[in-house]
Design a protein around this ligand. Structure first.
Ligand SMILES: [Zn+2]
Length: 147
């Protein structure tokens, strides 16, 4: 299976055939998104803002411009260490007093070399998925998820 969100990645950089990083961009051209999730929100101080709840996490991004949305990460389907401990998902909007509602992010994946690609595409069998919020100065800031 090819990487779930390939169509929404921009400025993809590869690292030694074992990792990649990219920014999100909607098909309408917007690069800011609202996020909602089925996990647990934290204050984001010593942990990512969103962590698993009951062993599961699904993260969804919605474009505020065209309202299209896509699943960014789903612990029941993505990665090589798939876990499914929940039968029903209820999405909660992600909001934080310290952050704007619409966020630009960078996403990073680590792979074992043999799982990096499936055919010509990056595969969905990654080992880790990290998402960091890009701050107003264009720098990578706090973690949204680190799975
Ligand atoms: Zn859009």
């Amino acid at each position: 299976m090819k990487l779930r969100i390939l169509d929404y990645l921009k400025d993809v950089k590869e690292y030694n055939g074992v990792a990649l990083s990219a920014k999100f961009q909607c098909t309408c051209g917007s690069n800011k998104f609202e996020f909602s999730h089925t996990g647990k929100q934290t204050k984001g101080i010593l942990s990512p803002f969103i962590i698993k709840k009951k062993g599961q996490l699904v993260l969804k991004a919605t474009c505020p411009n065209c309202r299209s949305s896509f699943i960014v990460y789903d612990s029941t389907k993505d990665g090589s260490n798939i876990s499914d401990k929940s039968s029903s998902y209820e999405f909660m909007p992600f909001t934080s007093k310290s952050l704007p509602n619409n966020l630009s992010v960078v996403i990073k994946y680590n792979y074992f070399p043999e799982k990096f690609k499936t055919g010509e595409f990056y595969s969905n069998e990654f080992e880790n998925c990290f998402i960091y919020i890009i701050d107003e100065n264009g720098k990578e800031g706090k973690a949204l998820i680190e799975e």
